[in-house]
Design a protein. Structure first.
Length: 179
């Protein structure tokens, strides 16, 4: 079972007609694309969050998935949809739908980027300390903040006769002030 639906994947191709006797590829094949990509996503989740899954859910990925927030599920749905749509696009391209190949390449590119973000890999494929979506899947993951952790001026490069007030800062004490 995947994180998206056949309808969502087929909807990535506006001219693709479902529900007709001559529909190719069939819904069952599109579901197979979805399940293939979902398996890859499950492997990423188990690798990235395996410690937390073992600790809090007895190693059960299904129990972990049952507790995911709507935001986390939306991320997984999007990644699943783009991955399956890239496979569907390649299948449509082999059946003579010329524009599908271009769309499939775009979907594949976006899918790889999203997977790298989930997998905490940079553009070169090297691991980074935290992934873009870590906070959605692990409550103890740190979330980068645009706010500075410390505010102030170290003062190591200031002359001794210069104060924080001279620089327009509101620090009550300067580096060289003695109490």
């Amino acid at each position: 079972m995947g994180y998206t639906t056949v309808q969502n994947v087929a909807g990535m191709f506006p001219t693709f007609q479902r529900g007709t006797p001559q529909q190719k590829p069939s819904d069952s094949l599109i579901q197979q694309y979805i399940d293939d990509v979902a398996s890859d996503l499950d492997a990423i989740l188990e690798r990235r969050f395996g410690e937390m899954i073992r600790q809090n859910f007895g190693g059960s990925l299904a129990a972990f998935q049952a507790t995911l927030s709507p935001d986390a599920l939306n991320v997984l749905e999007k990644i699943n949809r783009y991955g399956a749509a890239s496979q569907l696009g390649l299948a449509l391209a082999t059946m003579g739908v010329a524009s599908a190949e271009r769309l499939a390449q775009d979907f594949q590119s976006e899918f790889r980027k999203l997977c790298s973000d989930l997998n905490a890999l940079n553009e070169k494929g090297d691991p980074v300390s935290s992934g873009l979506y870590d906070h959605l899947f692990d409550a103890q993951a740190s979330t980068p903040s645009p706010r500075a952790g410390f505010q102030g001026t170290a003062g190591g490069d200031q002359p001794k006769d210069q104060t924080s007030g001279d620089l327009g800062l509101s620090n009550f004490f300067g580096k060289f002030d003695k109490l």
